[in-house]
Design a protein around this ligand. Structure first.
Ligand code: SF4
Ligand code: SF4
Ligand code: SF4
Length: 266
């Protein structure tokens, strides 16, 4: 069984994978795997960009997303006439001829990985570039894999991929995705601690986040900055201590990362 591994720690957001997918599939049908992808409106490979935190404590994360080729694929369950099928190698494909008019296939995907082609009246999505894997082509891996020059995306036998410590998107859906991610972003709390009396930043302040989800610590650097990283989604009490002074604030990472800006310790 094949799987994709996407290592976000190496992704620079260049979009070459997305462009490669377009180049491979736009205005080029690869039947019986897929009709041509329209030039606009569909992104079988989509590099999402998230700006997290608040200025000046901001991080940008790039996340290539595609069909997850789920083992328990809702799109397959929703399809009539076997219009969505799973190959022996694990790739989930839509049969363009059988899927005509079946909008429910698109609606069933919880990842919104399927698009509707109005002109052809069919649902379309990533094919895993099955035409390249099966055929006699100069490249024998998916085009997005070939196009990524920093090897963010790997495709191969699941047993041969290093999947330790990886995660899938929305495991709570129960779909058992076969696209694994390394380095999925976790929440952070950041800020700059300063002494308002001395009008100076404070280096070496101890910052502790405590809550039901655990305890995390950081120390302010020579810029007065602290970064509490890899936090779960939770409510926290953040305590800052230095030179006998102490301050606590309530902070939530339930829905977003937190850049606290300048924090006066007095
Ligand atoms: S080509 Fe590679 S580095 Fe560029 S956005 Fe895609 S996965 Fe990231
Ligand atoms: S990600 Fe969506 S389209 Fe892909 S197999 Fe899973 S349910 Fe189907
Ligand atoms: S495997 Fe092929 S179809 Fe799927 S996202 Fe990559 S390039 Fe596009």
């Amino acid at each position: 069984m094949k799987a994709f591994l996407i290592d976000l720690t190496k992704c620079v957001g260049c979009h070459d994978c997305q462009i490669g997918c377009k180049d491979e599939h736009c205005d080029q049908a690869w039947m019986p795997y897929a009709e041509a992808q329209p030039e606009v409106g569909q992104f079988w490979m989509k590099v999402k960009q998230f700006e997290r935190g608040h200025a000046p404590h901001v991080k940008v994360t790039y996340m290539p997303t595609m069909c997850n080729h789920c083992e328990n694929a809702p799109c397959e369950a929703a399809a009539k006439n076997g219009a969505v099928y799973r190959r022996e190698d694990g790739l989930v494909l839509i049969d363009p001829a059988k899927a005509k008019g079946q909008r429910e296939i698109m609606d069933a995907c919880p990842y919104h990985a399927i698009y509707w082609n109005d002109a052809l009246n069919i649902p379309q999505k990533c094919t895993g570039c099955a035409h390249l894997l099966d055929g006699d082509h100069p490249i024998s891996v998916p085009r997005c894999v070939d196009n990524c020059h920093v090897d963010v995306i790997t495709f191969g036998e699941e047993a041969e991929l290093d999947l330790e410590g990886t995660e899938v998107l929305h495991p709570e859906y129960g779909t058992k995705p076969r696209v694994f991610y390394r380095g999925l972003p976790k929440k952070f709390i950041a800020g700059t601690v300063f002494d308002p009396d001395a009008e100076e930043i404070i280096e070496g302040a101890l910052v502790t986040a405590t809550g039901d989800a655990g305890t995390f610590t950081a120390t302010t650097d020579s810029w007065g900055d602290f970064w509490l990283r890899d936090l779960p989604d939770a409510e926290w009490t953040v305590t800052i201590e230095h030179g006998g002074k102490k301050k606590s604030v309530a902070v939530s990472t339930v829905s977003e990362d937190q850049g606290l800006g300048d924090v006066a310790l007095c």
